[in-house]
Design a binder for this molecule. Structure first.
Ligand SMILES: Cc1ncc(COP(=O)(O)O)c(C=O)c1O
Length: 398
């Protein structure tokens, strides 16, 4: 029978979901668990999503075109122009099953086995899976809370480039650090990519979630590198529509887009009804994000304030997205998480987070770090972080 392929055998289970079964066991016994492990916002999906689907009156839910519905692609073109002054056409967009499929397709189209993609670590853990699927290699640019998770540095990036390097992955606003690239950072990364003939895979699924009055930017605003920039977009976070599974690849490079279309024709298409709903989301006014942003900022502030009270904690106030990575004064983050789930509670309540080692490519890093998603109301965030604070004290007193 033989064994399964090496590239799959070496993969990890996602540290974001791997511990859910223990939480569900405890919940079945009556414990309340605050889930800070997954970026699943509780903000309501705008009603226009469901209304658009209700108004769908075709008699057959037919296959859509592999590149996606024109209605959705046109709504995206308008949104990018209106909110970011970006010049894209319908043909520069291919709709995907979430940002996740967009990333798998981008790696498939760009990396031969053994080719390398640079990425700042800690990074969104599923990049490991996306890259392993095509036998590519992620080369980490190591950053830390102490240096503000800053990776937009010529020396750091150039030192990691080898003849095998094909792409730079840029996550901004970043998961799990909340690091936001400035326009100057983007220009520098663009210059380096041009000089070394590299692609830029720009994951902008959190594009609008930039706080403290700062402006959101996109690599799509740099026409001088438009032929090498691949933007990953998604409705999941921006409109709190994670279950819709609608994302997109946006790129002006015809050869790349032809390659992506071939891959997409093989997988036929993306669900038709969700595309109809997503088109309505892209037509939402900008004021929608301003409200959502204010809410996330309040959640971030509540979480940060509460966590900062833990003696010995090291963390950076995130500038964007809705995650925070923190170094805790514990010996082993997975043991600590299991303690929180199985042994600890206060008034029948505990919290869970994602352990950070899976967010690093370098072995041994993140051993006492957690990632939290600040996706619950400020009160719940405060309570969940208070529980983490109390659990640290109880764990270390054991
Ligand atoms: C940085 C980043 N990219 C991509 C995704 C994929 O999102 P989706 O497939 O729901 O669009 C996520 C999900 O959490 C993410 O955090």
């Amino acid at each position: 029978m033989g064994t399964i392929a090496e590239r799959v055998a070496v993969m990890q289970f996602s540290p974001i979901r791997r511990f859910n079964k223990y939480a569900f066991e405890e919940e079945a016994k009556g414990k309340t668990v605050y889930h800070l492990n997954i970026g699943q916002p509780d903000i309501h999906t705008p009603e226009c999503f469901k209304e658009a689907i209700d108004n769908f009156d075709e008699k057959v839910i037919a296959y859509a075109e592999s590149q996606g519905l024109n209605e959705l692609r046109d709504a995206m073109v308008e949104y990018m122009k209106r909110d970011f002054n970006m010049e894209y056409d319908r043909d520069d967009i291919i709709i995907t099953n979430g940002g996740s499929e967009a990333l798998i397709l981008a790696f498939t189209a760009l990396l031969n086995p053994g080719d390398e993609a640079l990425i700042a670590e800690p990074f969104y853990t599923n990049y490991n899976t996306f890259c392993n699927e095509v036998s590519g290699k992620l080369v980490p640019l190591t950053t830390s809370a102490e240096d503000g998770y800053d990776w937009a540095k010529r020396d750091l990036i150039e030192a990691a480039i080898t003849p095998k390097t094909k792409a730079i992955c840029a996550l901004s606003p970043g998961n799990p650090t909340g690091r936001v690239l400035t326009m100057e950072d983007m220009k520098l990364i663009g210059e380096i990519a041009k000089e070394h003939d590299l692609w830029i895979i720009s994951d902008e699924v959190y594009r609008e979630f930039v706080y403290d009055g700062k402006e959101a930017h996109s690599f799509g605003q740099l026409p001088e590198i438009a032929d090498r920039v691949v933007i990953v977009d998604s409705v999941s976070k921006r409109w709190s529509a994670c279950g819709a599974r609608i994302g997109a690849l946006v790129c002006k490079n015809k050869e790349f887009m032809d390659g992506i279309l071939k891959l997409c024709q093989g997988r036929l298409c993306v669900p038709t009804l969700e595309q109809v709903g997503a088109a309505a989301l892209y037509r939402m006014p900008k004021s929608y994000y301003d409200e959502a942003k204010a809410e996330y900022e309040a959640r971030r502030d509540a979480a940060y304030e509460e966590l900062s009270q833990i003696p010995g904690i090291v963390c950076q106030k995130p500038a964007g997205a809705f995650y925070m990575t923190a170094k805790l004064p514990v010996d082993d983050i997975e043991n600590f998480l299991m303690f929180m789930l199985k042994e600890f509670d206060e008034n029948g309540e505990t919290a869970m987070f994602a352990p950070a080692p899976g967010f690093y490519a370098t072995k041994g890093l993140g051993g006492n770090e957690m990632r939290i998603a600040y996706v619950l109301t400020p009160d719940k965030m405060r309570r969940a972080c208070e529980l983490i604070k109390k659990a640290v004290a109880a764990y270390n007193a054991k």
